[in-house]
Design a protein around this ligand. Structure first.
Ligand SMILES: [Zn+2]
Ligand SMILES: [Zn+2]
Length: 363
């Protein structure tokens, strides 16, 4: 499924490419969708020069190694038939970011803003760079992770959500036992944050969402949230202060798409010396006025996060494999690849009556 313009995907046929000695071919078994698939579909990335058409979207692919060059087999430590999940960013391995371990921030390959599976246009090389297809031609610089046998394909597509939850809510802010953490947003990243925080032993987890998110609130509580706040019915700041006895939270994690006001709320409800993690992309609505004086007086740490590295992917896959049954309700829809547009619209809340959290596409 090729994206040719904003809000337009078309089915196209490509030749299955020949595999070089240092490359591989992945038969995609499923591809996960996240909030950035919605942004990409709506054309927000292309508007900002972060994406080009035509492109095969899909940056959360899992699949089976179908072909493998001899050098690739040695480098990746996988065999034909192995099931793997890909890291989306194709990193150069030589730049300052790569050498410091931040492969996920590498811009070295292809001289473009998003040198990643799901974002490289079909005009580069063989064109098969996205998870919305039957095959991905694996570039020699691909980073991949083998999937445990017990994880079914549709569940495996949640590997990125969980890796994000672990990094954004736990690892980056350093969340621990005695912390109270506010997770702003209860979509897949918000719920994954709750799962990760609970696994890390965090005692108080407060989650915000909207009136329409009753189903997600229920899951959040099952996963370990101690309090939920209906942000379009209640005053987030008042409620957090009430819950924390006026002290504020140690950490606030913003995984809300589009709405910039939540960062202002976070500044108000984080305790002095606390940390705010910003992850939710606002689709270009970046007009939030930030009370920086308040941040100064409270000595707030503000950290922005974008995707994650190999350690977090491994941790995410492990968390998934150990909690399959408990996490199963988070995977709400399994859809055929042909229905990619409908799947994205569903995730973006454009189809009334559909309560989607994690959706996987299957060729
Ligand atoms: Zn994603
Ligand atoms: Zn690099």
């Amino acid at each position: 499924m090729v994206q040719v313009a904003a809000r337009r995907l078309e089915m196209e046929e490509f030749e299955v490419p020949k595999v070089g000695v240092s490359e591989g071919l992945l038969r995609v078994t499923a591809c996960g969708l996240c909030g950035s698939d919605v942004e990409q579909y709506r054309g927000h990335f292309a508007e900002k020069g972060l994406a080009e058409y035509p492109v095969i979207p899909g940056h959360e692919p899992v699949g089976t190694i179908e072909e493998l060059g001899a050098e690739a087999e040695a480098r990746w430590g996988v065999r034909v038939g192995d099931r793997v999940a890909l890291q989306p960013v194709i990193s150069c391995g030589r730049c300052a970011d790569c050498l410091s371990g931040a492969h996920h921030l590498c811009k070295g390959m292809f001289q473009m803003a998003s040198p990643a599976y799901g974002y490289l246009p079909t005009t580069i090389g063989h064109g098969l760079w996205g998870g919305y297809g039957e095959y991905i031609h694996l570039h020699e610089r691909t980073l991949m992770h083998r999937l445990p046998e017990n994880v079914p394909n549709e569940m495996a597509t949640m590997y990125q959500a969980l890796a994000a939850g672990i990094r954004w809510a736990v690892a980056v802010p350093g969340a621990g036992f005695s912390d109270t953490v506010l997770v702003m947003g209860c979509g897949q990243r918000g719920l994954a944050s709750v799962v990760a925080l609970k696994a890390a032993g965090v005692s108080e987890i407060v989650v915000t969402g909207l009136k329409r998110d009753a189903f997600k609130f229920r899951l959040a509580r099952e996963f370990g949230a101690t309090h939920t706040i209906v942000a379009d019915e209640e005053d987030t700041i008042d409620r957090v202060m009430e819950i924390t006895g006026g002290r504020g939270v140690d950490i606030a994690v913003d995984v809300v798409p589009t709405d910039t006001r939540v960062i202002g709320h976070a500044v108000e409800v984080v305790r002095p010396g606390g940390t705010i993690v910003v992850a939710g992309v606002k689709g270009g609505n970046n007009m939030a006025t930030l009370d920086t004086d308040r941040m100064v007086y409270k000595e707030i740490t503000l950290k922005a996060v974008f995707t994650q590295g190999a350690d977090m992917y491994r941790a995410g896959i492990d968390l998934l494999a150990r909690n399959l049954e408990r996490l199963a309700p988070m995977h709400t829809h399994e859809m055929p690849l042909e229905q990619a547009e409908r799947a994205i619209q569903m995730l973006g809340g454009e189809i009334p009556g559909e309560e989607a959290i994690c959706i996987s596409l299957h060729p």
